[in-house]
Design a protein around this ligand. Structure first.
Ligand SMILES: *Cc1c(COP(=O)(O)O)cnc(C)c1O
Length: 380
């Protein structure tokens, strides 16, 4: 239950929003369970050797993911910088020092054109050059085979919203590994389902990056990197506390490590079927309450874990504004939702005229507030 007062935010004049847009950094990501906040609080009471803490935390990540090794990162985007850096420099201190200048090392990362999302900037941030293959609709194996050359540092594989046109991860691994090229996976928004903690590792990925501050409910500024020991060691060498690495700017503090590891343990213990059922109920509440409205397509989108689409890791409610809709425009409605009290933020599509209620961050009964407000706006 959301507390009705928050003295800190109120003292700044910052107001609460209802987050029907999912684990979005712009809206604060996620809310940490009490046990996570308590672990962070407790961790703040001691000095510890950060190498020691990272090593022990890494062992827990390795155990949980089935990977050889793990590392807590400053968010999954930082994990992607580290993936690129690790594959380009290995543990060579001269190469680590020269990043982001990659002129004297393997510096090409192959990526499916359909996997180009804004976050792939993080690969370039380490100094890598992205080499695109395929089209957004399809990619042939030979396109990957011929793109691999002596400058190839890695093949990237991105699980984002609405991904299409890529080879399967297993196919990529089968082509890359015989040529000694590692495969790095951006699985930032792929938790839940919990099976994904080890799925991509099982399929042969060399490094996998997850967000800690999305469905894992850890600190917003954390993430998990897991994979081959050699590469995790290389990633760590590029990272804080080493002050000469490209990811020194993505430092993780002891409290965040404590929070992430606690969140990971809670995540593994969670009854995810129950959580998914609750999300589906909130989504169908919206669909049922709105009923039939002329000019709108109102539908329940079911979760589909087999899709390579992070948006389908939970059920949601989608409202599409059709051509014959005669009410306020989609964007006017989004603005009115935002301007209301409490302010409501939903998923706003950039590729069609739809809005989605993504239920994963909704607190108790907030779906009712959203349904009421939508009914008002869509009937006026
Ligand atoms: C959220 C996301 C990221 C970034 O993750 P952070 O933990 O916020 O740094 C990268 N890639 C994809 C596909 C994402 O959804």
């Amino acid at each position: 239950m959301t507390k009705s007062h928050n003295s800190f935010y109120e003292s700044l004049g910052v107001t609460r929003i209802i987050n029907g847009a999912s684990w979005i950094t712009t809206y604060g990501g996620s809310l940490m369970p009490d046990a996570v906040v308590e672990a962070m609080n407790e961790a703040s009471g001691w000095f510890v050797d950060i190498h020691d803490l990272n090593e022990k935390a890494g062992e827990i990540i390795a155990h949980t993911t089935g990977a050889e090794a793990g590392l807590v990162t400053a968010g999954s985007a930082a994990g992607m910088v580290l993936q690129a850096a690790a594959c380009m420099t290995g543990k060579d201190p001269a190469k680590i020092w020269s990043l982001p200048d990659t002129s004297r090392m393997k510096n090409e990362i192959i990526i499916h054109r359909g996997h180009q999302v804004s976050y792939t900037h993080s690969y370039r941030a380490a100094g890598a050059h992205l080499v695109e293959i395929g089209s957004v609709h399809s990619t042939e194996k030979w396109e990957l085979e011929t793109a691999i050359n002596s400058q190839t540092a890695a093949v990237a594989y991105v699980y984002g919203p609405r991904q299409s046109g890529a080879l399967d991860l297993k196919e990529v691994v089968d082509i890359a590994h015989p040529k000694d090229v590692p495969v790095i996976v951006d699985a930032s928004a792929m938790l839940p389902p919990p099976e994904n903690l080890h799925k991509f590792i099982d399929e042969g990925a060399d490094l996998v990056s997850f967000s800690g501050g999305k469905g894992l409910l850890g600190p917003q500024s954390t993430g998990i990197l897991c994979g081959k020991s050699e590469l995790i060691q290389a990633a760590y060498a590029n990272s804080a506390p080493n002050s000469s690495g490209v990811a020194r700017a993505a430092k993780v503090c002891k409290e965040e490590i404590a929070g992430l590891i606690t969140a990971l343990k809670l995540f593994v213990e969670t009854d995810h079927q129950l959580v998914a059922k609750n999300w589906r109920e909130k989504s169908s509440h919206i669909v049922d309450q709105l009923g039939l409205i002329e000019g709108l397509k109102i539908e329940l989108i079911e979760a589909d874990y087999s899709a390579r689409d992070s948006r389908l890791n939970f059920a949601s409610a989608r409202i599409t504004f059709l051509n014959h809709w005669s009410g306020k425009s989609r964007d006017q409605i989004v603005q009115s939702l935002e301007d209301g009290d409490p302010s409501i933020r939903l998923g706003v599509s950039t590729y069609d005229q739809s809005i989605s209620v993504l239920p994963v961050c909704l607190q108790t009964d907030e779906e009712q507030i959203i349904a009421e407000r939508l009914k008002e706006l869509l009937s006026s």
